[in-house]
Design a protein around this ligand. Structure first.
Ligand code: HEM
Length: 551
């Protein structure tokens, strides 16, 4: 076995070799230095602290885009150059038109492997295409119909718990939403995708919930220069060495991530074993997530086969990707509704009307068609996704020399006007979901306002022709080949949760605890200003008007 010092020496040697190689490559490239961009005062970490340690998410990046335009040059770590984009045509070219020619950066893949495992979100090229083909049927519209009652029963459990708290507090109480949303969405994921009870709402046996608590803020909030540098070095050393370092390095962050992944894999193993024994539908045509995964695992055909490790990695991917993403977005929806009482009332009226219509038909609950017909609910969800994306940017790297087109002509440092940007193989790109979602050229002069009504105006949606995203030109679920496979699942889940939450309770900011900031971690979640470091969204809740009449 190697001791730690030998490994470190090896790591240094290989790093120097790779850094030298990268420097030579850099001399051959199309430079992007003629593009305008913010000043940079550190060769070691470049402008990265302005992104990953901003006072609140996207604060500096928004200023950069307003000052320099929708394509700019920023510095990465170790003197590297990053093309920062919010231009719709450029993003469409990279994500939708170019297939796999722009792949994920090493840094994005390493973070993905750490917190989701080496599943769909980690895979590249043909392996990705094959896995995506296998799993797409599990997210078909028809599957969601079956999930609807299960989402609803988890939502009802949450509101029952809140009711007990509110009753104990004399009819009104403060609820910290982010932790409740995290438990709710973990249980919802378990009951729908895995047919498994995490019981985190009952504070049951969910060790996963325990090891996950505050893992992401602890690991990724306000990343120090040391952490940013450590992540940058991953790009310059071979994969096998990155893997060894991440497996053995005894930092607090890595130890916690390893503990989480060990527990996630233990739970995944248990779910797989149970599903293999109990799943009656594996041999049939069932299209739920577990059936599809188990069926692919037992397939003899290499084109449709998922081996044991890949099966495990998909499970841990769904556990992460399908849980805190929806939790954070639902928290943001409640945050906005609490600050916009007329919108909250309008949504409640729509929900009550839909429930009345269902009862008049003789249905005990809303159907998927009812959800589809609730235009204001859809508008609230879309506007929340647009205004509060939980991923601020997507990292990509050019797989070949290329020319990226722009929708808006741009002035360079020397005053020349350009309409496209030539890039060399290896160019790192940060595509900003958050800045694109707020472009005045796309969303109008009120782009910085949270206003669901914009999505009710049919002329407005006709004007949005950027061709990005999977919903209403919003980039929050990504776009193109690697867009979110779970977007329909997430939309149905979030709509079902909001229906129960808004029907039952009224929400308002808590006086003195209402300065909530979007905090950059791997995902953007709410934190309380002055008490940052853990996710927090306190809201004052009380029974919604007339809710007691409904028994
Ligand atoms: C509001 C909720 C969600 C948001 C905003 C969201 C956002 C995203 C985004 C932006 C990507 C693309 C990442 C990239 O291109 O680098 C993505 C990918 C992915 N998402 Fe989601 N997601 C959400 C919910 C879900 C749910 C509920 C699931 C599963 C049940 C899920 C599973 C995945 C997976 C597996 C990928 C990787 C897809 C691929 O690479 O082909 N997500 N998501």
């Amino acid at each position: 076995m190697f001791d730690f010092q030998t490994l470190l020496a090896a790591a240094c040697l290989v790093s120097f070799g790779f850094i030298g190689q990268k420097l030579i490559q850099r001399l051959r490239r199309h430079s992007i230095k003629y593009l305008q961009g913010p000043e940079c005062h550190s060769w070691l970490v470049g402008n990265l602290p302005g992104i990953f340690r901003a006072e609140y998410a996207v604060k500096n990046e928004k200023r950069w885009v307003e000052e320099y335009g929708t394509a700019l040059h920023i510095k990465g770590a170790l003197g590297s150059d990053i093309l920062y984009l919010a231009d719709p045509k450029a993003m469409q070219y990279i994500f939708n038109t170019s297939g796999y020619n722009f792949h994920k950066t090493r840094q994005a893949r390493v973070i993905s492997s750490l917190i989701t495992g080496k599943g769909l979100s980690f895979a590249e090229g043909n392996i990705h295409a094959r896995q995506r083909r296998i799993m797409t049927p599990a997210f078909h519209f028809s599957t969601l119909r079956v999930f609807l009652p299960r989402f609803r029963s988890v939502a009802k459990k949450t509101t029952q718990k809140w009711n007990e708290i509110v009753q104990r507090m004399g009819g009104q109480g403060v609820i910290e939403m982010t932790s409740w949303m995290s438990k709710t969405t973990l249980d919802a994921m378990g009951e729908t995708a895995f047919n498994y009870k995490f019981d985190s709402l009952d504070d049951g046996h969910s060790d996963l919930s325990r090891v996950y608590t505050n893992l992401i803020p602890d690991s990724f909030f306000k990343r120090s220069d040391k952490k940013l540098l450590f992540e940058a070095i991953w790009s310059y050393i071979p994969w096998w060495l990155v893997t060894i370092i991440l497996r053995i390095l005894p930092t607090h962050q890595l130890k916690r991530i390893r503990e989480y992944m060990k527990e996630a894999r233990r739970v995944a193993r248990h779910i797989i074993d149970t599903a293999r024994q109990e799943h009656p539908s594996v041999k049939g045509g069932a299209k739920d997530i577990m059936s599809i995964l188990i069926k692919a695992n037992s397939s003899e055909n290499p084109k449709t086969k998922l081996d044991d490790e890949s099966l495990m990695a998909q499970m841990t991917t769904f556990m992460f990707a399908g849980h805190d993403t929806t939790a954070a977005t639902t928290s943001w929806a409640l945050y906005h509704l609490a600050r916009h009482p007329p919108a909250q009332k309008k949504l409640r009226d729509e929900i009550r009307q839909a429930k009345k219509n269902a009862a008049a038909r003789g249905d005990s609950d809303l159907t998927i068609q009812d959800l589809d017909s609730m235009k204001y609910l859809a508008a609230v969800m879309k506007e929340t996704l647009r205004y509060s994306p939980i991923l601020s940017l997507l990292q990509r790297q050019a797989g070949r020399d290329d020319i990226i087109p722009l929708s808006t002509p741009l002035k360079t440092k020397t005053g020349e006007t350009i309409t496209s940007i030539p890039v060399s193989k290896g160019q790192v790109i940060y595509a900003s979901i958050a800045n694109y979602n707020r472009l005045k050229s796309v969303w109008g002069e009120d782009a910085d306002e949270w206003r669901p009504e914009r999505f009710l105006d049919s002329d407005y949606s006709k004007k949005q022709k950027t061709g990005l995203g999977v919903v209403a030109n919003i980039a929050t679920f990504g776009t193109g080949l690697r867009s979110c496979i779970g977007w329909r699942f997430a939309m149905t889940e979030m709509q079902t949760l909001l229906i129960e939450f808004i029907d039952m309770f009224e929400y308002a900011p808590v006086p003195g605890k209402d300065d909530i900031i979007p905090a950059t971690q791997t995902i953007i979640s709410p934190m309380l200003k002055g008490d940052e470091g853990h996710n927090q969204l306190p809201l004052l809740i009380s029974p919604a008007p007339d809710s007691e009449d409904r028994g």
